[in-house]
Design a protein around this ligand. Structure first.
Ligand code: USQ
Length: 394
């Protein structure tokens, strides 16, 4: 099977590429180096240097004998997007430059993924809106016009639902109103502009499903943590990009990095913000199971992609416990919340669908967190205090 990964250089994209390649799929990745370029532009660094996508594909080939084809380019350009399906493609790196053919599955990660980035200023809001919506729209039309049988797996986010005072269903809600019943998308109410673009993506693809019978799986993912996946453990050059700064770092990865250098853990506000979390290894399992069990033609299938829930304070306390056990001095410091979000709220999402298609969760145990501490600690000298908190506010 041929898999196309849009956004193949990012935190999730590269591990996904290796995961599928290792299982015998033909993998093509596309990326415009948005994450790397933004890290340079905004001076936020990474935990360790990461070889370019082409270098990584070569390292992967040397290690496994498998080829991951690479295209460096901007998918807001509709012609680049269409070339991935109609064979006009030019590879930046491939052993065999012949077109692999129309992919059976396309995994869409090619988005600006940070809530703080989207609210730094009107300029970054525009970049977020234009990138995320144009890439999704270009993909939708390319599939409609050229590859209607291709299954789209799009990464959504649990943040689309916000924190409603009712249970969160998997994407849909049955409503009875004045004696009549219907089924609608579960209400969405995002608390950042980035999350708002994800709602708009869903609406775009839902339109494509209704009009043109596209096959779409939407994975509503919570914040991801972790570094290594099975494919990177014995070669650190294959490790994914790891950010711990305020813009691109997610909370668990940030807390562990802070603990390693004795920076008091930055709990925003009361710390009662509860989210669904998952290990990066489970993101890979979820996209794999979704690929093997595709949505049907004319179906927008939605899964809540989380494995367990924690409040920010619970995560901070766990980081403190594990860090202390390992000999780090870990303090917790509540700081004024730079974000506008509920700090104490009801949170009860359903997340059964991915288990039903065979995903077996990895939980955030103290042992798992210890493993993360050990990897982050290897790079202690690279950790920059000045990028941990700048206070991007909205
Ligand atoms: N938080 C802190 N201290 C920090 C960083 C974060 O208290 O130093 C809090 C935030 O205020 C928030 C929670 O931790 O309440 C999670 O924050 P996060 O930065 O880990 O995650 P978020 O901004 O929501 O975004 C991340 C990814 C995004 C993905 C999303 C899933 O960057 O791409 O879509 O997680 S979700 O949160 O379910 O929408």
């Amino acid at each position: 099977m041929h898999i196309l990964i849009l956004g193949g250089d990012g935190y999730l994209g590269w591990p996904t590429a290796m995961y599928f390649s290792n299982r015998g799929y033909d993998v093509t990745v596309v990326d415009n180096y948005f994450r790397r370029n933004s890290c340079t532009e905004l001076d936020v660094g990474m935990l360790y240097p990461v070889p370019t996508l082409i270098e990584r594909a070569k390292l992967w080939h040397a290690k496994t004998g498998y080829e991951i084809k690479v295209i460096i380019g901007d998918l807001t350009d509709p012609e680049l997007m269409r070339s991935l399906f109609d064979g006009r493609i030019t590879y930046n790196w491939a052993l065999d430059e012949t077109f692999t053919g129309i992919p059976e599955t396309v995994i869409h990660y090619a988005e600006q993924p940070s809530a703080p980035y989207s609210l730094m200023s009107y300029k970054y809001a525009n970049i977020t809106l234009s990138n995320n919506l144009l890439v999704t729209n270009n993909l939708m039309f390319a599939i409609r016009d050229i590859a209607p049988d291709t299954h789209i797996i799009k990464l959504g986010t649990m943040g689309e639902y916000g924190t409603p005072n009712i249970d969160i269903e998997e994407g849909w809600l049955d409503i009875e109103h004045k004696g009549r019943k219907d089924r609608f998308l579960f209400p969405r109410q995002a608390s950042s502009l980035y999350h708002t673009t994800k709602i708009m993506d869903t609406d775009l693809l839902w339109f494509g499903v209704r009009m043109w019978n596209l096959k779409v799986t939407d994975l509503m993912q919570g914040p991801v943590y972790g570094i290594d996946t099975d494919e990177s453990t014995d070669d650190q050059r294959l490790r994914t990009i790891f950010n711990y700064d305020e813009i691109f770092g997610t909370v668990v990865n940030r807390f562990i990095t802070q603990a390693v250098i004795g920076y008091p853990l930055t709990v925003y506000g009361e710390g009662g913000q509860t989210r669904g979390y998952l290990n990066i290894k489970d993101t890979l399992q979820c996209v794999h199971r979704s690929t093997e069990n595709p949505a049907k033609s004319g179906e927008l299938r939605i899964f809540n992609q989380i494995m367990e829930t924690f409040s920010v304070m619970q995560l901070a306390e766990m980081t403190q416990r594990v860090g202390s056990k390992l000999g780090f001095d870990v303090q917790i410091k509540r700081i004024e919340n730079p974000r506008k979000e509920a700090e104490k709220h009801y949170y009860n999402p359903t997340y059964q669908g991915l288990r039903d298609i065979g995903v077996e969760p990895h939980y955030l145990t103290e042992e798992v967190m210890e493993g993360l501490f050990r990897v982050v600690d290897l790079y202690e000298d690279n950790i920059r205090k000045d990028i941990i908190f700048r206070g991007i506010k909205w």
